[in-house]
Ligand binder design. Sequence first.
Ligand SMILES: O=P(O)(O)OC[C@H]1O[C@H](O[C@H]2O[C@H](CO)[C@@H](O)[C@H](O)[C@H]2O)[C@H](O)[C@@H](O)[C@@H]1O
Length: 378
Amino acid sequence: MMNQNVIVSDRKPILGSKTITVSGSSSPMFSSPPTYFTFPRRKFLELLEAADKNSTNINKNNLGAGKIASWVDSMRDSSPTRIRSSSHDSSDNDHKTSWIVQFPSALNKFDEIVNAAKGKQIVMFLDYDGTLSPIVEDPDKAYITHEMREVVKNVALNFPTAIVTGRSIDKVRGFVKLDEIYYAGSHGMDIEGPTNEYAYGESNQGVLFQPAREFVPMIEKLFKILEEKTKWIPGAMVENNKFCLSVHFRRVDEKRWTALAEQVKSVLIDFPQLKLTQGRKVLEIRPTIKWDKGQALNFLLKSLGFEKSEDVVPVYIGDDRTDEDAFKVLRERGQGFGILVSKVPKETNASYSLQDPSQVNEFLRRLVEWKRKTFEEA
Ligand SMILES: O=P(O)(O)OC[C@H]1O[C@H](O[C@H]2O[C@H](CO)[C@@H](O)[C@H](O)[C@H]2O)[C@H](O)[C@@H](O)[C@@H]1O
């Protein structure tokens, strides 16, 4: 396989994989190296003021200095942004119906999806929270069911499979407990291949790419500051995802959201190399490098030898705003399918929808079954 740009890691390589010490910015795989931006403080504040409702980035999201109220409004929205029917729209039911016509159930359109994949290589990309595990109050208890683990394992034995998540790899691996898959943790900023038995080629084993490695000390520093600054807010929780942080407010009384937002904002002002995005009842802080789940998807396809191939069908299933970056990449590639997991109409770049993790399970089960039948018929 083609991945020669192994990036230095402080994690122990898996099963005999080779790690070469190079810096993220000297990766031979990318013509333009991963970059980050430093802004003068004044410029940063201007950016915080800039309004762009459609962006997930606080720097452009009308959520900045003096805009705490709109920041809190945005915290109320689920993720991706819900489409609300206005008084000029037809009823909620009509609205839902037209949404589901536009983004039909991947179960109802299963044949359409697998027909497009005939004779081609499916590569599976799976988000974790809200996709493989249901959303729960306590992020430390977002367990995957035994059935889901089994089906993901079967998928991975049939197709190259990656879990792409905002969590740290260590945390998500602790939940998933599978060796057969690729992991892209920290919103794709930490990519690791399976053990050699399952890797598609020797160079796809172990740590493959960590474009934000230089940010780790900064993230650790901010983690401690934020823990201290938010500890008086009942229910607030800061999660260290290694290359990024999550500030959870699912268990914070809504009356205290403004206070939490103010704390986070006041701290972030001193970290212009970090940006704030938003997920499901969570504020996510990450480096301002041009790297996201979409880039991770491209990276993995390239590593697997499918960069330019017409014969690949990437399928990405996710529920969150951060998954939209991957859906967008699929649209740009004109390849594969994005599947949004949502019970309610949301703005999305996906092509299909599934309602919840149990439907994801059903979809994956049918995919494995389809592969088995196709194999038997061949
Ligand atoms: O990319 P993902 O795998 O979807 O990870 C995104 C965030 O997921 C986790 O938080 C979300 O799930 C929690 C458990 O269900 C829930 O309590 C929280 O409200 C959700 O935002 C995870 O804890 C975060 O670190 C991830 O960034």
